[in-house]
Design a protein around this ligand. Structure first.
Ligand code: GAL
Length: 429
């Protein structure tokens, strides 16, 4: 709740201050294209990601045979390269016709800058308010207006392992219940010459950070990190950050993998015992690697986060300066459609943002993933939002956290890191 309150207040103020010139179609200077094509920007190029996008493009083409799909995807997990390129394009007024963003505060900067159009009318004409969960719409609603269409729900707080590796090591074939338990098991794994925890580039380190903090602080403490009610420099967070530092010591942080797929490869090969990664890893392991869940690999909530769902949602926007607005709206309709979501998500390793997806399509890990997501509605599972994937912090604060985390990885100075994050929250909110 606190998160949303912070988001709403900040965003409502931003809206009032800049009066959002791009919110009205009359006020922007986009358009001008002939709508025979639509350029869609994402970061889904890698194994395990592009298959989902390809499936949705195929569905789009059957519905829109006269619109050419221009795939402007830029490689790099979590948009690590794409986001900077997108930023430049948006600043230069060279917007694609639609681009990927996460639901939540990641949209805040774009709205402040007038880069995205209000698409509330599309929600009304498509009847989307009835098919997307109310709590998800809250993350996409700013000052009563909607700015993006959610295509999926991903889960961040998952830990993956290869049961054979743990069996060979004589370790229980399960995810440790707490990070303290992980540290005990990790010592044994290290002693056997294996990497206890595989890690990759900066964003995967932030992904790990959020889930260690969640496991150590629980939902209330974690939520408070993002709305100012949990003190970053207080004793609980200091202790949790200390645990994070210890966990990193049992990772291959000195020679991290280049991205999340090679990081997962270390678990597959048995070089590493565990990896914390979102459920897009399932699509990679079962699709690209041809592995079977529960046999070749296993997954559970990361330590200390049972029955908590750390969510993120990939969403598509209508840029104020999109050249082909009608074609862009056709893409947004695809992203929000039942057939589009049911084509995309089983291949992407996510569950549909819509509540009326065909449950029979979500098998293996995704069956449990869907049950857990649905559990957030009846209260049996608690809902929190991801830091590394744009839900709980705007881009400005997230970038500052990246800088501070980079330094922390070098010097391990908990107090300095916490103080920097706290100060930057005040400066960027
Ligand atoms: C997330 C994104 C996912 C997946 C992941 C790894 O930010 O929401 O769809 O692409 O990055 O690249």
């Amino acid at each position: 709740m606190g998160l949303r309150r912070r988001g709403f207040v900040a965003l409502a103020m931003a809206a009032a201050l800049v009066a959002l010139p791009a919110c009205s179609k009359d006020a922007d200077d986009g358009g001008g294209g002939d709508n025979t094509k639509v350029e869609v920007f994402s970061w889904w190029t890698g194994p395990g990601e592009e298959e989902g996008l390809a499936a949705m493009i195929a569905d789009f083409k059957t519905k829109n045979p006269d619109i050419e799909f221009v795939n402007a995807a830029v490689s790099g997990g979590a948009g690590s390269n794409a986001k900077a390129i997108l930023q430049t394009r948006l600043k230069d007024g060279d917007a694609p016709d639609s681009y990927q963003r996460h639901a939540g505060l990641e949209l805040q900067d774009d709205i402040r800058n007038g880069w995205v159009s209000d698409i509330t009318s599309l929600y009304d004409s498509e009847g989307w308010r009835d098919v997307f969960p109310a709590e998800l719409l809250e993350y996409l609603t700013i000052d009563g207006k909607l700015y993006a269409v959610p295509v999926n729900i991903h889960r961040s707080n998952l830990m993956w392992f290869n049961p054979k590796t743990l069996k060979d090591l004589g370790i229980d074939e399960k995810v440790p219940a707490t990070w303290s338990e992980f540290l005990t098991v990790a010592e044994k794994i290290k002693g056997e010459g294996k990497i206890p925890l595989a890690i990759g580039p900066g964003w995967t380190q932030k992904h790990l950070l959020e889930n260690v903090l969640l496991g150590e602080l629980g939902k209330a403490g974690y939520d408070g990190l993002w709305n100012g009610t949990t003190d970053w420099t207080g004793p609980e967070v200091t202790e949790a950050l200390g645990v994070f530092a210890k966990v990193l010591e049992y990772s291959d942080i000195k020679s991290p993998s280049a991205d999340w797929q090679p990081m997962m490869d270390k678990v597959v090969s048995g070089d590493a015992a565990f990896a914390v990664m979102g459920d897009w890893a399932d699509a990679y392991l079962k699709g690209d690697k041809g592995l079977a869940v529960d046999t070749d690999y296993k997954v559970a909530a990361s330590p200390g986060t049972d029955n908590i769902f750390n969510f993120l949602s990939d969403s598509f926007t209508l840029p104020a300066k999109a050249k082909n607005k009608t074609a862009a709206e056709a893409w947004l309709k695809e992203a929000g459609s039942k057939s589009g979501q049911d084509a995309f998500n089983p291949k992407k390793g996510s569950v549909p943002a819509r509540t009326d997806g065909d449950a029979a399509l979500y098998t293996g890990y995704l069956k449990w993933g869907l049950e857990q997501w649905q559990g957030t509605k009846d209260g049996s599972v608690q809902l929190v939002g991801s830091l590394a994937h744009g839900v709980v912090a705007n881009n400005a604060w997230n970038a500052e956290i990246d800088t501070a985390l980079g330094l922390f990885i070098e010097d391990g100075d908990v107090a300095k890191f916490a103080a920097a994050v706290k100060q930057k929250y005040e400066e960027t909110k």
